[in-house]
Design a protein around this ligand. Structure first.
Ligand SMILES: Nc1ncnc2c1ncn2[C@@H]1O[C@H](COP(=O)(O)OP(=O)(O)OP(=O)(O)O)[C@@H](O)[C@H]1O
Ligand SMILES: [Mg+2]
Length: 255
């Protein structure tokens, strides 16, 4: 059984950056192999992890659809899809990455989507840890591309509207009956401390297990400008250290 960490939040709040740091520290703590799933068609988790995605799951699904229209013989659609999806896995040191690409329509429970989910479930099962970098909002989770989330991470900017978004996402997740064991809130890019006054209120409202506050990190910002590969960020980076503490709590809990 894998432990699945799903990172969600509004656009541009730092989901991909945080996902890549989580993957990095899982690997650094020997919690391998990790499966990183890039579930945002417009995102670049691959660049943040220093690898390059050539094929996506959406592309594989499309290829199978076209080939079956041309009269697929011998192998079943599911086997073909499984094969093509495994071809789109990018292998790296301690982790593999798979990109979902373009999604099927929201709320689509068609055959292809169901097959896709079972293939993803099968692939994920081979990894002790899976990290899912989502597109903005909760669409992916509502589409049930994964069955169960062990840790739902909701990221927000340090503003009053960011705090309201956290409440809204929490309410939405419950309305959509998204199942998770633990809820972690991350307030990212803190500049002044004033929003800290609201943390207790937001934590109580969302019944979150933990809240992590990450500062606006000049090293991350300048690093992102030069190279997007956060695997090269020095171990001394303060944001990385906080993410490492989080990973150690997971490691201890599961030990
Ligand atoms: N703690 C931080 N300190 C400084 N810069 C940060 C921090 N976290 C993220 N950033 C920067 O903020 C920008 C947005 O981050 P990121 O791409 O991770 O957000 P996202 O939520 O994945 O966005 P999208 O919704 O577009 O996928 C990037 O330029 C990133 O380098
Ligand atoms: Mg992103």
């Amino acid at each position: 059984m894998s432990y699945l960490i799903a990172v969600s939040g509004k656009g541009g709040v730092g989901k991909t950056t945080i996902s890549s740091l989580i993957v990095r520290q899982l690997v650094a703590n020997g919690m391998t192999p990790v499966l990183a799933i890039d579930a945002d068609p417009n995102s670049c988790l691959d660049a943040a992890l220093g690898v390059k995605v050539e094929k996506t799951v959406g592309g594989a699904r499309e290829e199978v659809r076209q080939e079956s229209q041309n009269g697929l013989t011998g192998v079943s659609k599911q086997e073909m899809l499984q094969l093509k999806i495994s071809e789109s896995l990018v292998e790296a040191h301690g982790f593999d990455l798979i990109a979902m690409g373009r999604p099927e329509g929201a709320g689509c429970y068609c055959y292809a989507n169901n097959v896709l989910k079972s293939v993803i479930a099968q692939i994920s099962g081979q990894y002790p840890y899976v990290v899912l970098d989502n597109e903005a909002g909760l669409e992916n989770l509502s589409r049930r591309i994964v069955q169960k989330v062990d840790m739902l991470v909701l990221v927000a900017d340090p503003s009053n509207s960011g705090m309201e978004t956290l409440k809204r996402l929490y309410t939405l997740a419950n309305e959509m009956e998204i199942k998770y064991d633990r809820l972690l809130l991350i307030v990212n890019r803190l500049r002044s401390g004033s929003i800290l006054d609201r943390i207790d209120e937001i934590k109580a409202f969302t019944k979150a297990d933990d809240v992590i506050v990450l500062e606006d990190d000049a090293e991350i910002a300048s690093f992102a400008e030069k190279s997007e590969n956060f695997l090269q960020l020095p171990d001394t980076n303060k944001t990385l250290k906080k993410i490492n503490e989080l990973i150690l709590t997971i490691k201890t809990k599961l030990a």
